[in-house]
Design a protein around this ligand. Structure first.
Ligand code: CP
Ligand code: NVA
Length: 316
């Protein structure tokens, strides 16, 4: 059976979710990413590890960071990327997901996909003989969160002993953060309104990782009181636009603002995966203050994904 995480029997490195991956494999990608970033920063030079290779980029939803950072990563590594517009393939309607996976693996060396249904990425990985990467689904956003770990480690020097407090919707980004905290040994706190928490079954899965320290509350101040990192995301994820009015009312007490930051330790940093709706889930003051690392976080999407592609395609 082809695994959906990490090395399959055929040797391809799929990246579908963080939980279930071997920590050393993830540490390896982070190390490659950090090395390529340092080299690029100091010399402006990239090694053409993916020369002649092509990445297919399937998007069912919009994107700024993910699309551009993957495409630039392939350019830096000497390869090319093909952007496939939302609706173009008609995954599961015009053509079955397994057939599309088989066809794309005949043309391209790697596939990344941003989809609504998580199962679409799982099926792509299962039926492609090329590596498949989850570029965000309704369930998870592992590339974002691995880039976030790179950012956190750059800021704090290490990941161990840190507490990450997520405030807001128990969504795809929150789920991947929980999984990353479980695998990498960070304490995870989440404050979400009733009805918008992470699924109990997902929390149970993450809690099987020995030593995972998890606490959930409805009170943002409680969540951030010992936090090294305060993290939030939009209250209305892509595909939830028709719930916007209701969500705006329910989530109002969960805004990251100066008052909430004051309830956290004086060294706590603010993170947001972006795009941010300024004045909604996060104020300008919180986005722009000196302990906001949101733009370093955004830039690291490029560096993490270069590391990932170097592992998938460049023999690293
Ligand atoms: N954070 C993130 O994935 O941004 P995009 O939706 O712009 O790709
Ligand atoms: N939770 C957000 C993340 C965007 C990068 C969404 O899915 O729209």
């Amino acid at each position: 059976m082809i695994q959906t995480n990490g090395l399959s029997p055929s040797g391809k490195f799929d990246f579908v979710d963080i939980l279930g991956m071997q920590r050393p494999a993830l540490e390896h990608v982070l190390a490659v990413a950090a090395r390529l970033k340092a080299q690029y920063r100091s010399t402006g030079r990239n090694d053409p590890m993916a020369a002649g290779k092509t990445l297919a980029m399937i998007f069912e939803k919009p994107s700024l960071r993910t699309r551009v950072s993957f495409e630039v990563a392939m350019i830096h590594l000497g390869g090319s990327a093909i952007y496939i517009t939302p609706g173009e393939i008609g995954l599961g309607t015009r053509e079955s997901v397994p057939d599309a996976a088989r066809v794309l693996s005949g043309f391209c060396d790697s596939i990344m996909a941003r989809t609504f249904a998580h199962d679409t990425v799982v099926q792509l990985a299962r039926h492609s003989n090329r590596p498949v990467t989850n570029a965000l689904t309704d369930r998870s956003h592992p590339c974002q969160v691995m880039a976030d770990l790179l950012t956190i480690r750059e800021h704090f020097g290490s990941l161990s002993g840190l507490t990450l407090a997520y405030v807001g919707d128990g969504n795809n980004v929150a789920r991947s953060l929980m999984e990353a905290c479980a695998v990498f040994g960070l304490k995870f706190r989440i404050a979400a309104p009733v009805g918008y928490e992470l699924d109990h079954s997902d929390v149970q899965m993450a809690s099987r990782v020995p030593g995972f320290d998890f606490q959930a509350t409805t009170d943002p101040r409680e969540a951030v009181k010992a936090a090294d990192i305060i993290y939030t995301d939009t209250w209305v994820s892509m595909g939830q636009e028709n719930e916007k009015a209701q969500r705006m009312k329910i989530f109002t007490p969960y805004q990251i603002n100066a008052q909430l930051i004051a309830a956290a330790p004086a060294h706590a940093v603010v993170m947001h995966c972006l795009p941010a709706y300024r004045g909604v889930e996060i104020t300008d003051e919180a986005m722009d203050f000196d302990r906001s690392i949101v733009f370093q976080q955004a830039e690291n999407r490029l560096h993490f994904q270069k590391g990932l592609l170097a592992v998938q395609l460049g023999g690293q």
